[in-house]
Write a protein that binds this ligand. Sequence first.
Ligand code: FAD
Length: 560
Amino acid sequence: SATAAVAATAAAPVPPPPAPDFVIVGGGTAGCALAARLCAGLPRANVVLLERGAPRNETEELIVRAPLRTAAAWRTPTLTAAFPSAPNAGLRGRAVTLLTGTTLGGSSAINGAQWSEPAAGGGGAGTWGVAGLTAANAAAYYARAARTVGAVVPPRRRRPAYTDAWLDAAAAAGLPRVDGSPGVAPPPDRGSWVHPLAVTPDGRRADACAAYVAPALAGACAANLRVHQGVSVTKLLYPTARCGGGRRCRRPTAVAGIEYMPSPGAGAPTKAGDARVLYARRGVLVAAGPYGSAPLLHRSGIGPAAALRSAGIPPLVDLPVGEGISARASGTVIGRYSGVPLAWVNNATAAALPAVLAQWRAGRGGLLATAPTSGLSRWTAGAGGYTSVSFSALTTPPGAPHFFATCIPNPRSVGRLRVAAANTSLAAPPVVETNLLGDPRDVATLGACMRQQQAVVAAFRPGFGMVAVAPTRGGTPFTDDAVQAAALSGLHIVGGAAVGPVLDARLRVKGFRNLWVVDASAVPTMPRSAGPMSSVYALAEFAAEAIVRQYGGVCGGGRG
Ligand SMILES: Cc1cc2nc3c(=O)[nH]c(=O)nc-3n(C[C@H](O)[C@H](O)[C@H](O)COP(=O)(O)OP(=O)(O)OC[C@H]3O[C@@H](n4cnc5c(N)ncnc54)[C@H](O)[C@@H]3O)c2cc1C
């Protein structure tokens, strides 16, 4: 089966040459999509996908695939990395916790699974300056990805309790109910809807591994795709030594391959002698995500020269890698309800019942198949943005009858990911200056959303017994100070190796003929959708098609 094919992929070292044609660094959202499309489109090419996360055990697999267990994934260190940002001046100097997926499927394996595409003019894939990817044709790549992951609005029986009560309250507060189905016209500027999810009809998360890599390994790519888990890529390798021996470093124009080692944390500590080399005959695609790709370029000498030098890394190519990241802040309005029973998705006891587990394992859905979030609202004050709502235990202990409305505005603030020292351990997280709410207009935008959500809380029908409990009780208004005190990371981040400053119009690192970056880092500004996942998939679909077209003659195939 497809799952067995993935389970059989080894945590073992990559076999010796012949070198693969393409090496993909990072088996996340983009990496899995790229791998599946390249191996199918170029049947005579060998593709190797390297993922730092180790193969999942049965418990981890349940946490990834059962939508209700999403918050458990965030607390599982083998599935996610959680680390502090640098202090944010806009949050009065507070750091926030950042989170990312570290397992095959990447962040798509642990995220909210909400499928949201930018409306026309919303900074989607057609606006990034990628040659051949236009506002007119981008919709086709979003649609291809939506079909592959099977993004659909969950049927009524799979929606969290009280979703309709929330939609009624939102409409009463000025956010009318609209249709958010994929392929339907994008939701108008103001509205609320039940969101499409990357969840299969039998209630399993369709992450990038399940949707792309597993079927590829079980079918078209059984012979030419290898997936190696539990290995971390440490740096890029260049064709010949261009530095040292008193010679000046010459700027390389190609990469030869990568160096990798067993991921830290899994067993014995990683030693320098564990490093291995993998050459790539055609090229390397970096898809290590918003916290992985820029640091890999930095460690390989590609980045701001002065910053690299002061971090002890000899600069080879002076490019603004890590600059210009765009990260979302969030602010949550919390209500407590007393007039109706505890929402059943918030019932931790029921979720752990053997019968509930057996029902989900048998593919009959049930409680575990229900995603914790109810839906999304879109609004326009300031730079506009989205609100994700839930009646569940994403942020508080289970069992509390709470309602959460989390505002995720479109950010104007710009941050950067700083160069880490050359000897920084692989396990050390990058230094991320998220600069949340650094632009004062972002404070105003977030405040406008949170006040609007207070109005939604107040608009629940009286029998619901809903009252706001945070950031202020009841209808007490709150100030911008309170917004800055309450804001956290919205968990969405793009940029750092963006098309324009770092990548050419074909998604290659400027000046390199065979080094691509294809993931959230390549995206120049935050797409105006409720999350970047659909845009990351659309970019990977486009990039794979372009590479298949380029190499079809030499590697066989050529079908996209
Ligand atoms: C908690 C959370 C919730 C979210 N919810 C939503 C949502 O509901 N909807 C939405 O649209 N967006 C959501 N997002 C954002 C979305 O998931 C990301 O934008 C998207 O998945 C990023 O894809 P990527 O391919 O760039 O990176 P990732 O999917 O993160 O993949 C990067 C991969 O590279 C691997 N890697 C990193 N470094 C190395 C290395 N040196 N060697 C080998 N492997 C490496 C990582 O382990 C990882 O698997 C959420 C994000 C988070 C964190």
